[in-house]
Design a protein around this ligand. Sequence first.
Ligand code: MLT
Length: 246
Amino acid sequence: MTAVLFIHGFPFDHLMWRHQLAALTRWRCIAPDLPGAGTSRGSKSADEFSMGSYADDLIARLDGLQVGPAVVCGLSMGGYIVFEFLRRFPERVPAAILLNTKAAADTPEAKRGRDALAAAAQHRGVQAVADELLPKVLARATLERQPAVVPEVTEMILRQPVTGIVGALRALRDRPDSTPLLGRIRVPVLVVAGDDDQIAPAAGMEEMARAIPGAQFVLIPESGHLSPLERPAAVNATLNAFLGQL
Ligand code: MLT
């Protein structure tokens, strides 16, 4: 049975994949919480987080489960970690799925924003992070027609520990530019964008897909940054179709 490793985004946990875990029963789905997120506390200080350390942690978990190759499927920060997998452990990645993510590193302005948000989290707690991000992560259509998604996402953000949030913000700030990697990817890749994603706009994702040899691009309508929760049926159908071709 093909294994699929689901890597969540920031500041979320594995439950952002709950619809996929329930529906994609033809595959061996593995969806851990990253260190410092959800129920995974660990003993790391905020300075020890990086995209590389997240990837190392996930490889150790796959090893622990005796899973060799796994399709890696990451959303946003999870996508940055997929790039790290492709750089560091290419032999473990038979195919990759990139949702709502981007290849470029942070601009100087974005890096300053990461530090400001980390400082706000340290002073005011995780509510400061929810206040900053909630207006950006959901599509207008979701806010209008699926109001129950709002408390689900709010609660998911509010249960994240501050140390993990600050560590993730440093990892996000310092992540490498993955643009040079794109043209060198030699495995099947699916790129999935939300048409109303303010954080990883669809146009940039389509450009990214064009830079990856043979990549497939799918646009999810009426979706923001959290398409697996906002449009689960469309995302599940897209993932099932891609995985079924492998
Ligand atoms: C995420 O969802 O993981 C974040 O939006 C990533 C980012 O802020 O770059």
